[in-house]
Design a protein around this ligand. Structure first.
Ligand code: G6P
Length: 596
């Protein structure tokens, strides 16, 4: 995973480099490092984040006019200083995003020829290979090219040479990387967020590209070694610095921002037509990871009702290797907040190869998935800083349901279902705000669950998918063991988990299935479970006498789903607070997972 940024300029770069690095911390934040050159050659690494790195640099070390920096999410080797990037060997400093799959073989060969390794990382082979090529007499660019020819796997690499301090060399295969520029400054970065404020325009490198950067030039060589000319785009201005306002955590602020995020997303997509090639879909294949996957699974229930189209929900990391038959007439929908998730991205070529159009439901519209999609169907949740998805999840629900409405219109499906969904979407922002007012009761429940240190979430239809998101959120934020099951599946195994007092949390609206879900709640209650029902006003009476606690949440039907989501978010947030967790940056996680 990880984020990389590099700058070569006519002025010292350390400050801008560290500010850009700070913007990339959503990709990992266990350790950080920087190499600066010209004058001198300085390398610093810390356990921690960009601000820790800034504190570790002495003023007299910050004169370099070229530099590369890295924020890490450990894949190979523990988060220790020696495993932090840049990795340096004989005056060659390298930052790397991706995974070098054949690193063990390369390391063995290099060690045999006398190279000494300092880290446990896959990335460290890269500076060694470059230094080896230099020692054979290769020029700087040739040495980088010869080194990457050895690599199998995915990489975005930036290289700084102590003996060529006014250049940065970049190589890309599999992992996204951008080149940015403005007068007197050229940059390399994992995404545009790091470039905003530093550069005015950017271009994305393609697989097999090499780039040579100086303060006033960018030379890109394609995989055939030919000079390539690429289209440049404007870098969007950095969003206003995210203030915590009255909130203690970004995650909590982002929960509160949902009404605005939903209204904006709905306004943007209302009435947006589908191009003919997409409107003609006979089947929809949703591919995603993490919360985005649960957003697709939640929306599917209504999209099938709206459109009559079969909808598949696919885990990207499985789908990319499954060799699943893709029927002609399918349309793929990649759902990704960041638009950079490696596994989701890896499914794109499968669809391309079969001529299947791709719709990108992304929050970051200058992302790799957005650039590669035939149709961008954006969420406008605004930047999400908390690692756990909150407002991006509900904004995805809005966008996906709007996509369903657009298909329903194009296919001339039942207008009554459409009206029902549109009414739910219109009501959703207010429903979120009203649910937030139930925070004290949700906090109380969260304290109880934190004490029990386990939870089982169940539901049917959309409620089953929401249960999945609830369990994920609770695990991510509080590290409590949580499971989610389709309520009807309980008796096939998970009911064995139930003991006296087990917390079982049920998501049920008043749909045709509420009676069935109440029966499932009865089954666990009969075995000692302590049942909490998240339901609507009518469901509250159905659960009376079955659930110990009935949370009667606002809204009905589609709108009510949003209330259930806000409730599960506040529950997880307060459980995390009760246990003293790092809410915005949970252990072992990263906001954007750019390795498989
Ligand atoms: C990470 C994040 C999750 C997110 C998932 C998918 O695991 O921690 O919150 O849901 O990646 O990310 P994407 O950007 O593709 O939605």
């Amino acid at each position: 995973m990880c984020g990389i940024v590099g700058l070569v300029s006519t002025q010292p770069v350390a400050r801008d480099l560290i500010s850009g690095l700070g913007q990339l911390e959503y990709r990992g934040y266990d350790s950080a490092g920087i190499a600066l050159a010209g004058p001198g050659f300085v390398v610093r690494k810390v356990i921690g984040c960009a601000t820790d790195l800034a504190a570790a640099l002495r003023l007299d070390e910050t004169a370099g006019r070229a530099g590369i920096a890295h924020t890490r999410w450990a894949t190979h080797g523990k988060p220790e200083e020696r495993n932090a990037h840049p990795h340096v060997y004989q005056g060659v400093a390298v930052v790397h995003n991706g995974i070098i799959e054949n690193h063990a073989m390369l390391r063995e060969r290099l060690v045999e020829s006398g190279h000494v390794f300092l880290s446990d990382t896959d990335s460290e082979v890269v500076p060694h290979l470059i230094a080896e090529a230099r020692a054979r007499g290769a020029a700087h660019l040739d040495a980088v090219q010869q080194a990457v020819e050895w690599l199998h796997g995915a990489y975005a690499i930036a290289v700084l040479f102590a003996d060529k301090p006014d250049h940065i060399f970049v190589a890309k295969y599999g992992s996204p990387v951008l080149i940015g520029a403005r007068s007197g400054v050229v940059a390399v970065a994992s995404d545009t967020i790091a470039l905003a404020g530093l550069c005015l325009r950017y271009t994305a490198l393609e697989d097999g590209d090499l780039a040579v950067l100086t303060p006033d030039s960018v030379r890109i060589l394609d995989s055939f070694g030919k000079t390539a000319s690429r289209t440049w785009e404007l870098v969007m201005d950095r969003e206003q610095a995210a203030e915590l306002d009255r909130f203690e955590h970004h995650t909590r602020r982002e929960i509160a921002e949902q009404p605005v995020a939903l209204r904006n997303t709905d306004a943007l997509l209302r009435g947006k037509p589908l191009p003919d090639g997409i409107a003609a879909a006979q089947r929809l294949i949703f591919v995603a990871c993490g919360s985005s996957l649960y957003a697709a699974a939640t929306a599917r229930v209504w999209i099938e009702k709206l459109t009559g189209l079969p909808c598949d929900i696919e885990i990207a990391s499985e789908y990319r290797y499954r060799e699943a038959p893709i029927q002609a007439g399918s349309v793929a929908v990649l759902v990704s907040q960041s638009g950079e998730t490696a596994d989701s991205l890896a499914c794109l070529p499968l669809f391309r190869a079969r001529g299947v159009p791709v719709v990108g439901v992304v929050n970051v519209t200058q992302s790799t998935i957005a650039r590669a999609s035939d149709l961008v169907w954006p969420t406008t949740a605004g930047r999400e800083l908390g690692v756990a998805a909150t407002k991006s999840f509900t904004a995805q629900l809005v966008a996906l349901l709007r996509l369903g409405v657009a298909f329903s219109q194009a296919r001339d499906c039942d207008p009554a279902v459409r009206a029902q969904v549109v009414a739910g979407l219109t009501a959703a922002p207010m429903i979120c705000a009203e649910t937030e007012e139930m925070e004290p009761a949700l906090a109380e429940l969260a304290h109880w669950i934190a004490g029990e240190n386990e939870a089982l979430f169940i539901g049917r239809a959309a409620g089953a998918a929401i249960a999945g998101e609830a369990a994920l959120k609770l695990k991510e934020l509080s590290y409590i063991r949580a499971e989610a099951y389709a309520a009807g599946e309980l008796k096939h195994g998970p009911i064995a988990l139930i003991r006296q007092g087990s917390p079982v949390l049920v998501f049920a609206g008043t749909d045709a299935l509420v009676g069935k879900t109440v029966s499932n709640a009865e089954e666990v209650r009969a075995r000692g479970a302590n049942v909490v029902a998240f339901t609507d006003a009518d469901g509250a009476s159905a659960f009376a006498g079955v659930a110990e606690t009935v949370m009667a949440l606002p809204g009905r039907g589609v709108g009510h789903m949003f209330a259930q989501v806000v409730a599960l978010q506040l529950l997880a947030y307060h459980a995390a607070l009760a246990l003293g967790r790092n809410v915005d940056r949970p252990r072992n996680l990263a906001k954007s997972v750019t390795v498989e």
